[in-house]
Design a protein around this ligand. Structure first.
Ligand code: ATP
Ligand code: MG
Length: 420
């Protein structure tokens, strides 16, 4: 029988590369934690209807990419394709918005699933860190989120990313634009599916990546020219605040993003070293979403950054994260009694916070030292029968090769003070 392989469009995270993924998640989360966002975790699946309503019936995510299934109990569920609908559902269910402390600021990190055509940077299982600020309409909140994402990317050492910014208007001005765009699209030479899309959600036609479509869109009416005064002022304020924070951005009047629920501010982070899958993250304001899933009016804003593509962006820029070696001390016993004594020391070292590994199995000295080297440990701790008789242990500096004998009773305190 042949062995199993990871399902198509998925891959496993293995050491040492997996450490980079953890560090990326941590780097994205750190600025959020520091800005008052609380951690939220929701189930990996939800009622399919939540996504149908919350992401949009006409989106690719819902029509083509969702893993939907019926359970033995007859429930219609779907693996979550994105985080926002679930987070808002959870916040509404727990009445977080009624605690009198708006906005409710939440961050999350997890796995998402989309049935897509797998290629570099596009997988069927991928990982996002996201943030949502629920229940406040304030341009400073939109600006905060964009600034925090920028800070996260910069803290990772990324430089070649750009922020694209647009406003999609609100329920007052968007319908007027929508009608004008529809008129324009009806006059173009488009395939049937695109024409149907133009009737359901014409803005998303602007997002069409095909060149033949893009060419025809050159003269399309621009949302910018249709924004109402309130939307214009709001957008101006967001731009002002981001600019004042020293965060560079580009106005992109055609940026609409794939989800139906966005209003006003939308933005995308793109990286120029990633080829076709250039978006590393995106988000925007979704003032109507709460009502779409049965909640009260709760203007909100959020983003999600893709961990997989962020790691690819690091690779594209040649950025190596400075990840400290996970093991500081590697303990090598020689002989049965030494083994027992040294194993106890390992436990003591771990208790005082010194990360320590032990030479398991019955390795010879040469193989044991090879493992010590590979562990990246700063020190090796060697205990032989003679050492045991003299109540000492050999501390070997793995960089200089220098070896010194320490009392067995002192070694934990000594290593704690050197490494703690
Ligand atoms: P794209 O236009 O590339 O399909 P999207 O608009 O569908 O992206 P979002 O729904 O905004 O993406 O998700 C936010 C981020 O999550 C993306 O910018 C990307 O980094 C990541 N992402 C989305 N889909 C995938 C996927 N299939 N594989 C890997 N990462 C993904
Ligand atoms: Mg997509």
């Amino acid at each position: 029988m042949s062995t199993f392989q990871a399902p198509k469009g998925t891959y496993d995270l293995l050491p040492p590369d997996s450490a980079t993924y953890l560090a990326v998640r941590e780097a994205i989360a750190a600025p959020l934690r520091g800005a008052g966002y609380g951690y939220i975790e929701t189930p990996g699946f939800e009622n399919v209807e939540l996504f149908a309503r919350g992401v949009g019936e006409s989106t690719d995510i819902v029509t083509k990419e969702m893993y939907a299934f019926e359970t033995k109990g007859g429930d219609r569920l779907a693996l979550r394709p994105e985080g926002t609908a679930s987070v808002l559902r959870a916040a509404l269910e727990a009445n977080l918005h009624k605690a009198g402390n708006l906005p409710v600021k939440l961050w999350y990190s997890g796995s998402y699933y989309r049935y897509e055509r797998p290629q570099k940077g596009r997988y069927r299982h991928f990982s996002q860190v996201g943030a949502e600020a629920i229940g406040a309409e304030d341009p400073a909140l939109d600006a905060e989120l964009i600034i925090l994402a920028d800070q996260a990317y910069r803290s990772l050492g990324l430089r070649n990313f750009r922020i694209l910014l647009n406003s999609l208007g609100d329920r007052e001005c968007r319908p007027v634009y929508r009608a004008a765009l529809q008129d324009f699209l009806r006059g173009l030479d488009l395939d049937e599916e695109t024409l149907r899309r133009a009737e359901i959600n014409p803005l998303r036609v602007l997002d069409d990546k095909r060149e033949a479509v893009q060419k025809q869109l050159t003269g399309a009416p621009l949302l910018r020219d249709y924004l109402c005064d309130a939307c214009k002022a709001y957008h101006e304020e967001v731009r002002e605040l981001i600019g004042a924070a020293g965060v560079a951005f580009e106005d992109d009047t055609k940026l609409v993003r794939g989800l139906d629920y966005y209003t006003r501010t939308t933005f995308e982070f793109v990286h120029d070293g990633l080829g076709a899958q250039s978006a590393v993250g995106g988000g925007g304001r979704y003032d109507g979403l709460s009502e779409m899933i049965g909640g009260p009016e709760l203007p909100s804003v959020g983003w999600a950054l893709g961990v997989d593509r962020t790691v690819l962006a690091l690779e594209a820029e040649g950025v190596e994260l400075a990840l400290p070696a996970t093991t500081s001390v590697y303990a090598v016993p020689l002989g049965e009694e030494a083994r027992r004594v040294l194993f106890a020391k390992v436990t003591e070292l771990r208790k005082v916070g010194v990360s320590t590994d032990f030479c398991f199995g019955s390795k010879g000295m040469k193989a044991a030292m090879k493992s010590a080297n590979r562990s990246g440990a700063r020190y090796a701790l060697l205990l032989g029968e003679r050492d045991l008789a003299e109540n000492v242990v050999q501390l070997k500096d793995m960089e200089s090769g220098e070896q010194t004998a320490l009392g067995l009773d002192e070694v934990v305190a000594e290593l704690e003070s050197r490494l703690g």
